[in-house]
Design a protein around this ligand. Structure first.
Ligand code: NAD
Ligand code: UDP
Length: 313
């Protein structure tokens, strides 16, 4: 196969690129580096099956040659990132998604959308199944991301229903691992880097809000299986293991051996109080479930960030 992956220089996009290449496929990676890192693709230099194109996919774009898939992963994803780039985030969810769909449609390729658990907003149903419609503030401080992804899902379904484009939608729950930017502002990267640098761990609010953390190799396997499945309805992929931010902080301190203190900061507006995927569909349709417990994934991620911190970040 020959696939185009937008957001290939990002955290998830770079691991997904590796997964397709490992199976012998060709990948054209597109990215404008708004939140990505060239280092995430440095190991692919000289790989004849990989080509990189620096491009803003919110502007119309095309790719030479035949294509079997267009996987749209481009979008700022960390709350501080999408709040710093609100219009770019809305645009890549709206216009970027439409551009990817047009490319897929013109080549008879499959289109795959990276959506998010944020479409459920601050959920009133727990855990969250795909059938839950969500509880989202359309004008709040996370709305540029949540509404962009909801619009992206709607656009994807419209191309599927109107033009028969073969589409997939994954709803990704909080994922972590090597190649996150050390200061991207997400909780796992923040806590690990703070612990390794001897800085206080910044716990927002009381720290009893929950998230369910998925290690990146598990996520990529779920995405790969969904791509190859025939399911066009949205599908949750995440790890149902649910932790408070205080529990996460304690685990990071234990595994790094850090003596950092906890420093409570104000709770960001509209911060979801709880989040946990219902993965019944992924289990039955994709025969997938995560295999890396939080403790093991954190050990691998800490190992990565030790090198990053040693190199200066
Ligand atoms: P990331 O910020 O590391 O990667 C996103 C990549 O997209 C970056 O390399 C960035 O430069 C690129 N990009 C953004 N706008 C672009 C544009 N207009 N043109 C070209 N490239 C552009 O984030 P990530 O965690 O790797 O997330 C990847 C995708 O997965 C995103 O769509 C995100 O919404 C989704 N997602 C991720 C998570 C998670 O926990 N990591 C959770 C839910 C959804
Ligand atoms: N969070 C925190 N300290 C940080 C960064 C985040 O306590 O330094 C909290 C944040 O308020 C949220 C949770 O951790 O409740 C997960 O935040 P993240 O930005 O990683 O993901 P999201 O909110 O998008 O799920």
């Amino acid at each position: 196969m020959r696939v185009a992956i937008t957001g290939a220089a990002g955290f998830v996009g770079s691991h997904l690129t590796d997964r397709f290449l490992a199976d012998g496929h060709q990948v054209i990676g597109l990215d404008n580096f708004i939140t990505g890192q060239a280092e995430n693709l440095a190991h692919l230099a000289g790989n004849p099956k990989f080509r990189f194109v620096q491009r803003d996919v919110s502007d119309p774009f095309t790719v030479d040659g035949a294509l079997d898939g267009v996987l749209h992963f481009a979008s700022p994803a960390s709350p501080p990132d999408y709040q710093k780039f609100p219009l770019e985030t809305l645009k890549v969810g709206a216009q970027g998604t439409a551009n990817g769909l047009e490319l897929a449609r013109s080549r008879g390729a499959k289109f795959f959308l990276a959506s998010t658990s944020e479409v459920y907003g601050d959920p009133t149903v727990h855990p969250q199944p795909e059938t839950y419609w969500g509880y989202v503030n359309s004008v709040g401080e996370r709305s540029m991301y949540d509404e962009a992804k909801r619009f992206a899902e709607a656009t994807t379904m419209a191309y599927h229903r109107s033009y028969g484009v073969d589409t997939r939608i994954v709803r990704i729950f909080n994922t972590y691992g090597p190649r996150m930017r050390p200061r991207d502002g997400r909780v796992v990267s923040n806590f690990i880097v703070q612990a390794l640098m001897g800085e206080p761990l910044t716990v927002y609010g009381h720290g009893r809000q929950t998230r369910s953390f998925c290690y990146v190799s598990d996520l990529v396997e779920g995405i790969y299986r969904l791509f190859h499945s025939d399911r066009s309805d949205p599908t949750n992929v995440g790890n149902p293991g649910e932790f408070t931010m205080l529990e996460l902080a304690a685990l990071v301190l234990e595994l790094t051996g850090s003596k950092s203190a906890l420093e409570h900061r104000p709770m960001p507006a509209d911060d979801p109080k709880q989040r946990k995927p219902d993965i019944t569909v992924a289990k039955s349709v994709l025969h997938w479930e995560p295999s890396v417990p939080l403790r093991d994934g954190l050990v691998r991620t800490i190992e990565y960030f030790r090198k990053v911190v040693a190199g200066g970040c």
